[in-house]
Design a protein around this ligand. Structure first.
Ligand SMILES: [Zn+2]
Length: 193
């Protein structure tokens, strides 16, 4: 049997991620040195298209990971982990990710090729109003009065916010003002240390 036949048998002729039975083909879970059965999964066209183009991801399609992440096949677990990571803006995906336990070697594999497309946000620097890069732990000063929605106060221009935390969105940081942890827009801040 060649590897495709072995995989077809393993997956029982259904996509190992979403269980669809049409358009199945072998997908080598990157990084691939040598294509092997253990590092390959059998997936359908729809899954493949969305894996290759993160922008076309339909979050609802990936609710299938709720089942497939429990697969006994490490390569499937690794792909499930990566896809949930991409979808972590969805609270259900975050919940699944919290439950998905990979052993150490597989965790390393999963993290080895987190694709660029999913991480664009993380890699873009968070810039203050002057275009200086902000880092976790920086102090910033507000450059205008900001009404804090839902908290009923105005954070005054000139207020210093210490020990800020970056978020996955480069336009926002989190910081403590008036004892409350709030989200601030980085364009209204100036780095002060
Ligand atoms: Zn599929």
């Amino acid at each position: 049997m060649n590897s495709e036949e072995i995989l077809l048998q393993r997956c029982n002729a259904a996509c190992e991620l979403c269980s669809a039975d049409a358009g199945l083909a072998v997908y080598e879970v990157p990084p691939v040195d040598q294509p092997e059965v253990e590092s390959s999964i059998m997936i359908c066209n729809l899954c493949r298209a969305q894996i290759n183009d993160a922008a076309s991801m339909d979050a609802n399609h990936w609710r299938c990971l709720n089942d497939s992440m429990w697969s006994s096949v490490p390569a499937v677990q690794v792909m499930a982990w990566r896809l949930l990571k991409r979808l972590c803006a969805e609270s259900w995906a975050q919940d699944l990710l919290d439950m998905l336990y990979l052993d150490e070697a597989h965790q390393q594999w999963a993290e080895a090729a987190v694709d660029d497309s999913s991480d664009d946000h993380d890699r873009q620097p968070t810039l203050d109003s002057n275009g200086s890069a902000l880092e976790n732990g920086d102090s910033v000063t507000l450059i205008k009065d900001l009404v804090v929605k839902g908290a009923n106060f105005t954070a005054k221009r000139g207020t210093t916010v210490r020990n800020i935390a970056l978020t996955s969105n480069p336009e926002q940081i989190e910081g403590r003002v008036n004892g409350m942890r709030i989200v601030l827009l980085s364009c209204f801040l100036k780095r002060s240390n």
